[in-house]
Design a protein around this ligand. Structure first.
Ligand code: EPZ
Length: 453
């Protein structure tokens, strides 16, 4: 598997363009197959999860075309020729958001069968709220041999009060209800920007959804969708990740093509920690010239502090001038990265769902392993701030959700390259060479499977 080799110590400086939001795109691609006319989706992030999802909908008969094969940020989709309402292939088992196909196909075809992905590295991640919503619409739901099946003679509007604020359940129930007969009200819903983006796309196709972004969504079902053309919102988590990269390396970075309103909780925290923040239209500039201040973080549903940003902030707090706490209130197992940061000299301990962090003067390079998408991004941030060279293993997690991650970092003056080096001694040799060389190193010839990126 490939690794990132990172030589730390240089402040990141310059501009970086943020890609489309992965977690919005996944819901929107599921919604797209509900339309029997061609929809155009723009600002699609070109990341592994999206490619896998597109392969999955193609495998059941959807038309998926890139108008310009060179540009994978624009795709046209038409669900007219879908014949198979059961999706069970290796594509689908790789990503969690495949469960959006249940809501989409239940809404359109009144039946669906989708393979459920395994557990995730950040927690159990049940789907009981999704099932509760489908049942409230009149569907029967059962799980058999790793597949979830839903079917309804008539899908009729209902009233659902979510026991847990869930992004996935909110989007999934909204998909199904958008084509149910009558009115559906969903209370205690997620309010993330990507929930609003999916609702806006559905409405562009002719759905009748009101209240997305508030605690209550009201949906009047419609019979058919029509063609639409939608641009996906910028990824608030990618934006936050690059802001933390700048903060941890005491850099000066402008992130472009963002919606500052979506970053409010992230920007507020960075200001508390002493970062200078300048907003200007769809750009945000961050400059950090002195050691960051400690703070407390508690992850909450939007508009609270996003759970997908806690690991990246923990790296910044590991370098802050004092003690901080990070309380993870959304998932039960999202601190695996702390063991890896400890190998780099961080001083942090986890008790229950809270990490207690004592800032240290600097981190040092090490061989570390990514356990999930955001933890992997956090380890790259740590490597960029550390003295010496870091090797991040299992970077396939990172590639699920960050487009051209290494190129974007190099564009800011970061020293990172992706190499596929199988054995540990080779990795250590490359790290040593990178430590003392001024240029990017070449992987060993005999084992070069991919050109050094
Ligand atoms: C989405 O996951 C995101 N993934 C996650 O981002 C993100 O961390 C999460 O929302 C919270 O913002 C996608 O959008 C593809 P939830 P989701 O349902 O929908 C519990 C990333 O890094 N719950 O909002 O699966 C659940 O266990 C990923 O991009 C139930 O109990 O999250 C969790 O404790 C990681 N029953 C809480 O709700 C359910 O039926 C929030 O989960 C559903 C969820």
């Amino acid at each position: 598997m490939e690794q990132y080799f990172i030589k730390g110590g240089s402040p990141l400086v310059g501009n970086v363009e943020i890609s489309g939001a992965k977690n919005s795109a996944l819901g929107i691609l599921a919604a797209a197959i509900m339309c029997d006319e061609t929809v155009t989706i723009r600002n699609l992030p070109d990341v592994n999860d999206i490619r896998v999802f597109l392969n999955a909908i193609k495998s059941i008969g959807a038309m998926v075309v890139y108008p310009d094969p060179e540009n994978r940020h624009v795709v046209k989709i038409n669900g007219r020729n879908i014949r198979n309402h059961k999706v069970d292939n290796e594509y689908i088992r790789k990503i969690r958001a495949s469960y959006y196909l249940i809501g989409a196909m239940l809404g359109k075809y009144k039946e669906a069968g989708v393979a459920l992905p395994g557990g995730c590295n950040i927690g159990v991640r049940p789907i009981d709220q999704h099932q509760k919503g489908f049942k409230a619409l009149g569907a029967e739901v059962h799980i058999d041999k790793g597949m979830i099946y839903t079917k309804a003679e008539h899908l009729t509007g209902g009233y659902i009060y979510l026991d847990v604020v869930s992004v996935g359940a909110t989007i999934n129930i909204m998909l199904a209800a958008s084509m149910a007969e009558g009115t559906t009200v969903i209370e205690n819903v997620a309010k993330e920007p990507h929930v609003v983006d999916v609702a806006q796309f559905l409405n562009q196709m002719g759905a009748d959804i009101k209240g997305a972004g508030t605690d209550r969504i009201k949906i009047n079902g419609v019979k058919k969708f029509k063609a639409a053309d939608h641009e996906i919102i910028p990824d608030q988590i990618e934006a936050g990740t690059f802001l933390c990269m700048a903060a941890a390396t005491r850099g000066d970075v402008t992130i472009t093509h963002v919606i500052p309103k979506h970053l409010e909780s992230i920007l507020a925290k960075l200001k508390e920690m002493g970062a200078e923040i300048h907003e200007n239209g769809d750009e945000v500039r961050i400059a950090v010239t002195k050691r960051l201040k400690p703070t407390t973080i508690k992850t909450m549903p939007h508009p609270g502090f996003p759970t997908d940003m806690q690991s990246q902030f923990a790296v910044c707090l590991a370098l802050a001038d004092g003690s901080s706490t990070v309380a993870e209130k959304i998932f039960e197992n999202r601190f695996k990265y702390t063991d890896e940061l400890t190998k780099m000299g961080a001083s942090m301990k986890v008790e229950g769902t809270t990490a207690f962090i004592s800032g240290v003067d600097h981190l040092t390079g090490a061989i570390v392993t990514a356990s999930d998408l955001r933890a992997g991004a956090a380890l790259v941030i740590a490597g960029l701030s550390a003295e010496g060279v870091t090797c991040v293993e299992e970077i396939q997690y990172i590639q699920r959700g960050y487009e051209n991650f290494a190129e974007k970092i190099r564009g800011l003056g970061g020293y990172i390259q992706k190499i596929d080096v199988e054995d540990l001694f080779e990795r250590e040799r490359i790290m040593r060479r990178m430590e003392f060389s001024g240029s990017l190193v070449q992987p060993p010839m005999e084992r070069r499977r991919i050109p050094a990126e």
